[in-house]
Write a protein that binds this ligand. Structure first.
Ligand code: ZN
Length: 310
């Protein structure tokens, strides 16, 4: 697979440089590139995929883009056409898409049927065949879960707030309650998201994580301990180095949201070998992905979907 992708990179923009992670493959269909977890792809009873940017009916910076979110700058008809194209390319034509109005919460819905007015929340779970659960992201972590014993699935949207409130673990708990899911039977995939390389956050985030997770320092780069405990790191040396009248930028740290969510799943009992973590960074790869942090409001939304086949 790797060799084939490398060969193609000469003539098309693609995911080759970052598919060294053996847990992932790229499906090409209908001029789209769909990122898939090998762990989930092994389960023949389910369909899943993480969308990417190229292709589609939307126009961004003069290029076609597969925007799957109803954003202000895009036309609803184009988004609907993009969603239809994505579902066809998966392929999951016989499924019905269920989405949410995402609010950076820890609210989890059990999906029973598509509804015209999408409910507010940030995770969906179901055991009903023919429903395709979708969460939209443009930096936040899309997490897909599959219980291979009970044949139940979940799609989760985890930004820093959702991660802080342990939405992935709460979704697992809800699956246990509703479907009898045991963590050891769960296969998980954490898709393309903003990486540790690009996700700068301020002291308030560092402090919130330090208060919730004893091991949080592992997920941060930079002066985490100082920020987490309210000390200004190297503040005086900074000041003396600056020309008069210039105020140095406030200290920041970099957060690895996927590492935090992976740890939560491990801690909840999901086996390490059953968790695939993508290494694609949305902000580094705006040629392939959408990044709100990098591009601002005028960017698209990707979608991560999972469903039980009919
Ligand atoms: Zn990056």
């Amino acid at each position: 697979m790797k060799a084939r992708l490398s060969q193609r990179s000469a003539r098309t923009r693609n995911l080759a440089p970052q598919t060294r992670n053996p847990g992932w493959t790229v499906r090409r269909a209908h001029s789209l590139q769909i990122v898939q977890s090998r762990g989930l792809a092994k389960l023949g009873w389910l369909v899943h995929g993480f969308s990417t940017r190229p292709g589609g009916e939307s126009l961004l910076g003069g290029k076609h883009a597969l925007n799957l979110g109803f954003t202000d700058w895009d036309e609803g008809e184009r988004v609907a056409a993009n969603r239809a194209k994505f579902v066809t390319a998966l392929p999951a034509r016989k499924t019905r898409l269920v989405t949410l109005r995402q609010i950076h919460s820890d609210v989890i819905h059990i999906a029973v049927a598509p509804v015209a007015d999408a409910p507010k929340g940030d995770a969906l779970a179901t055991r009903i065949a023919g429903l395709l659960l979708g969460v939209q992201t443009a930096d936040c972590v899309p997490i897909l879960l599959a219980d291979r014993r009970q044949r139940a699935v979940a799609a989760i949207h985890a930004g820093w707030r959702g991660t802080l409130s342990r939405i992935a673990v709460k979704a697992l708990g809800r699956m246990r309650m509703e479907f009898g899911t045991r963590p050891r039977d769960v296969v998980a995939a954490l898709g393309p998201a903003i990486g540790r390389c690009c996700y700068e956050v301020g002291p308030e985030v560092a402090q919130a994580f330090a208060a919730q997770f004893p091991g949080a320092a592992d997920w941060f780069d930079g002066p985490f301990d100082q920020l987490a405990h309210g000390e200004e790191p190297l503040w005086l040396p900074w000041l003396t180095m600056m020309p008069p009248g210039h105020v140095p930028p406030p200290p920041r740290v970099q957060l690895d949201l996927r590492a935090a969510n992976r740890w939560q799943l491990l801690d909840a009992g999901v086996p390490e070998t059953q968790i695939d973590v993508s290494d694609l960074c949305t902000a580094c790869r705006t040629d392939l992905l959408f990044s709100y942090r990098r591009e601002g409001a005028k960017t698209g939304r990707m979608m991560a979907v999972i469903g039980v086949r009919s």
